[in-house]
Write a protein that binds this ligand. Structure first.
Ligand code: NAP
Length: 439
């Protein structure tokens, strides 16, 4: 029997569990750990609440979770409740699938002013992550600045723009809906330090901006290169630029009718934030792009900013006893191998890139490597104590483990509390989640 511990119950964790169950069938037992009492990581607290079809992938993870050889071990913090060396004593392989839950910092003056947030915190707030439930951003100003030209920046700009009716069918949490309902925002400036050919936003997500009830996207025509130059782009990037061109062609009359403008400020590199306690402006340097790199031109200007959300990427949380690559912000690894018997997958391995689906080949590839190591005798004889050993340790330490059937009760309570038309109203507090499993 092979015993595998997977740390993290998001997409990388569950695809790896699925792959292990396919590979070893009845000869494997997989425990999927999570700090939270609820599963699915990024699917629950990262994917935008108005993108329910993407969140639907959790049904596939549930199928894996409900098999006899895979179990969910919630409310257990690895590195705190149990150490990595302890897990390695119990399991043949330990796979870190902990994602990248911390914001990368801009490292600029003014970043700690009030109403400046990183996207992990801001997205966590509107998605009900317990760590960020109390964020309470002030949305009473007219101007928001979103830094970065990736899909997270788009998510944030779109969520800030939507009306209450546009959130019908979403699972945005009540505390966020309440503040958004009262929002006074009129302009959202998305700052991109490079040009249209370098935007990391994908076409489908950009296209959504054309269908917002009260917001319209704006791009300055002079920021667009000659159309012929788009020929060098990959098809996806070309489609994204085509969207930016269509935004630039939106007539003034449409902008005049819109309540909120989503302005793409391209070739715009933020250099500092200013304000008296609370952010008021972002200082920006105009750039040109040479050989794909943003080069400052020395031309400076200020963008009004009552709220700033920086969406420039994420870092993995270090875990005691695990080598960490500080510069890259993820575990130090060689194609997923960290130390003998210790592996990483997903964003914890490769950094915060790719879609949910990218984690599938990642998880399957990891299991092939673990199988290779097991077949090569690197992981011992397959006689470790596995889940029984963990259960004994959890009992000795009085750990309050939340199981998958507990989660199903929490899920039921969330569905019962949902607004009309919404799939759920999430618990945003760990105690409330645990209480909802009943006795
Ligand atoms: P991302 O795609 O890597 O975009 C990060 C953006 O931040 C880039 O535009 C980058 O500009 C900019 N940036 C980085 N450092 C900066 C700095 N110091 N100053 C100004 N700008 C800076 O990351 P993400 O948006 O966080 O998304 C993470 C991953 O999740 C991506 O793979 C994304 O596609 C995926 N995702 C997908 C969806 C979806 O499919 N619906 C939704 C959300 C996220 P440069 O390019 O110049 O470095």
């Amino acid at each position: 029997m092979r015993h595998i511990a997977i740390i993290g119950s998001g997409p990388a964790g569950y695809y790896t569990a699925e792959a292990a169950a396919k590979h070893w069938g009845d000869d494997v037992r997989v425990d999927v750990f999570d700090t939270l009492p609820v599963p699915y990581g990024l699917i629950r607290t990262g994917v935008a609440p108005d993108h329910q079809s993407i969140k639907g992938v959790s049904r596939r993870y549930e199928k894996t979770a409900l098999t006899d050889n895979v179990r969910f071990v919630g409310n257990v913090t690895v590195g705190q409740d149990i150490t990595i060396p302890e897990l390695q004593e119990l399991y043949d392989a330990v796979v870190l699938a902990t994602g990248a839950p911390n914001d990368r910092e801009l490292g600029m003056e003014g970043e700690s002013l009030a109403n400046v947030f990183g996207s992990a915190a801001f997205v966590g707030w509107y998605n009900g992550h317990p760590q960020f439930a109390d964020l309470a951003p002030d949305l009473s100003g007219k101007h928001a600045v979103v830094i970065g030209m990736g899909n997270v920046a788009l998510d944030v700009a779109r969520i800030l723009s939507k009306t209450e009716t546009e959130f019908a069918g979403s699972d945005i949490v009540g505390h966020a809906l309440g503040l958004l309902r009262a929002s006074k925002l009129e302009k959202i400036t998305i700052l991109g330090r490079r040009g249209p050919h370098q935007v990391a936003m994908t076409p489908k997500e950009l296209g959504e901006l054309l269908h917002l009830e009260r917001a319209t996207p704006r791009v300055d025509t002079e920021d667009l290169p000659d159309e012929a130059e788009d020929a060098i782009l990959e098809p996806g990037a070309r489609k994204s630029v085509t969207h930016l061109r269509s935004f630039a062609a939106i007539p003034e009359s449409v902008h005049a009718d819109a309540k909120i403008e989503i302005y793409f400020d391209l070739y715009a590199s933020p250099t500092a934030m200013q304000g008296d306690g609370k952010v008021a402006t972002v200082e920006v340097e105009r750039t040109t792009v040479e050989k794909g790199r943003a080069i400052g031109t020395g031309e400076m200007y200020s963008v009004p900013a009552d709220l700033v959300v920086s969406c420039i990427g994420y870092r993995t949380s270090p875990i005691p006893d695990v080598p960490f690559d500080q510069r890259a912000g993820r575990f130090a690894n060689d194609e997923g191998r960290i130390l003998t018997g210790l592996y990483c997958v997903g964003w914890a391995r490769r950094g915060p890139t790719g879609t949910i689906g990218t984690n599938r080949p990642d998880g399957y590839g990891m299991i092939e490597k673990i199988a290779e190591d097991a077949d090569g005798g690197l992981l011992g004889s397959g006689r470790k104590a596995g889940r029984e050993g963990f259960d004994a340790l959890a009992a000795a330490r009085n750990l309050d483990v939340v199981t998958f059937s507990d989660w199903k009760k929490i899920e039921e309570a969330e569905a019962a509390a949902a607004r009309d038309g919404a799939p759920r109203e999430k618990f945003v507090d760990i105690e409330a989640m645990i209480a909802a499993r009943g006795s």
